[in-house]
Ligand binder design. Structure first.
Ligand code: GN1
Ligand code: MG
Length: 376
């Protein structure tokens, strides 16, 4: 493997002498390595990634989107004299390209790309054990809010769709029905009650996708606002950069807000199985919303504001559908660490979903209060 990896590494414009390679297993989709170089006694770090081309079938389109979006963010950060926040910086290949294509022994193409590694930062899978979790949740909301704000003047029609129907909740539901029908595994029998409940919720949970581009504006959105896609300063906790830009596409601000709170404000990791521990933490949710609204509040339309609370439920519902569908299909999409990993992830999101439903009224009240304060 190392011989192959070295061959790939040689194709990029990295500076200095390679001294260390470390695999990073945090993401559920791509494969990542952190490379450390010694450049005239200065340490330089890079992130090398193999794009999962089963998931991202057009890797060149992914990189084109990332190039356009990061250039725009850099320009706006400069315009705002912002020296704190950062974005990904692509390291090109020796040929000046955004990707290196490697053909493996089986004749299949593998796609590699590289970025500067953003150092002195930490990313969290959960805030549940953090002392300053409220401040961190505020920073998380602010980070994704700022990300949307920095792209508000970017024409979304310049971006290609890297995964079609990614947040089409109705389509995700239809995919679940297909997986039940197809019976690749016999696993659907494990969840009769849960499946009936998911069916009963589909109408309400399809409202964002049905209104998108009509009453809900299309914007440039991140679409994968999982907590660990924010890099936070190790010492100050300030959100420095939003990473994992593969799914940046035209979408709804509500996808990012809902998915962000689902991920950052749950009291558990995504695969926690102890039911007692799985619930939405309202204090974290309020802090997150406060940070997000400070950045994006003035730009949201009334229709978007009305759906903010519901978006948390919808995005949790959608991920529950996706984990269950993958489990029924025999685990072909998400990387799993053990046999029933997707089952546990599904149950986790399902329990979270039911808890969120009981808290929506309170969340909506908080949103209205916060928006009123901002506009008065
Ligand atoms: C995947 O790659 P990662 O771990 O940031 C997935 C998200 C899911 C998430 C759930 C391209 O994100 O949509 O919400 O897992 N990304 C893709 O853990 O499918
Ligand atoms: Mg990802």
């Amino acid at each position: 493997m190392n011989e192959k990896l070295n061959k790939i590494i040689e194709k990029f414009k990295f500076q200095g002498t390679l001294i260390h390679i470390e695999e990073n297993n945090q993401g559920n989709i791509n494969k990542s390595y952190i490379l450390t170089y010694n450049d005239n006694n200065v340490e330089r770090k890079y992130l090398l990634q193999k794009i999962n081309s089963n998931v991202f079938t057009e890797p060149y389109l992914v990189m084109k989107n990332i190039e356009l979006v990061t250039n725009h963010i850099k320009k706006n950060l400069k315009k705002n004299n912002d020296t704190i926040h950062k974005t990904l910086n692509i390291i090109k290949t020796l040929k000046g390209e955004n990707l290196y294509t490697y053909t493996n022994r089986e004749g299949e193409k593998e796609y590699y790309r590289a970025f500067d590694y953003i150092d002195n930062c930490i990313s969290y899978d959960s805030f549940k054990d953090s002392e300053n979790s409220l401040e961190l949740a505020y920073q998380a909301g602010k980070s994704f809010g700022l990300f949307q704000r920095l792209l508000i003047d970017f024409p979304s029609n310049l971006l290609g769709e890297t995964i079609k129907d990614f947040h089409n909740t109705k389509k995700r539901f239809d995919d679940l029905l297909l997986s039940i029908e197809n019976k690749v595994t016999n696993r659907a029998y494990e969840f009769p009650k849960e499946i009936i409940d998911l069916i009963s919720k589909v109408k309400e949970c399809s409202v964002i996708v049905e209104s998108l581009g009509k009453t809900i504006p299309l914007r440039v959105t991140h679409n994968d606002t999982k907590l660990n896609n924010i890099l936070m300063d190790k010492e100050s906790g300030v959100g420095i950069a939003v990473i994992d830009l593969d799914t940046v596409m035209p979408g709804s601000s509500l996808f990012d807000l809902g998915d962000g709170i689902r991920s950052a404000c749950s009291n558990s990791f995504e695969d926690e199985i102890d039911r007692q521990k799985i619930y939405l933490n309202l204090d974290l949710t309020e802090s997150y919303l406060k940070g997000y609204l400070e950045e994006m509040g003035p730009y949201l339309t009334q229709e978007e504001i009305n759906y903010l609370g519901l978006s948390i439920k919808i995005l949790t519902y959608e991920l529950a559908l996706r984990f269950l569908t993958d489990y029924l299909n025999g685990d072909t999409y998400f990387k799993i660490k053990y046999e029933h990993h997707n089952r546990d992830r599904f149950m986790n999101q399902y329990i979270l979903l039911n808890d969120i439903e009981t808290k929506l009224e309170e969340i909506n009240d908080f949103i209205m209060k916060t928006i009123d304060c901002e506009t008065n």
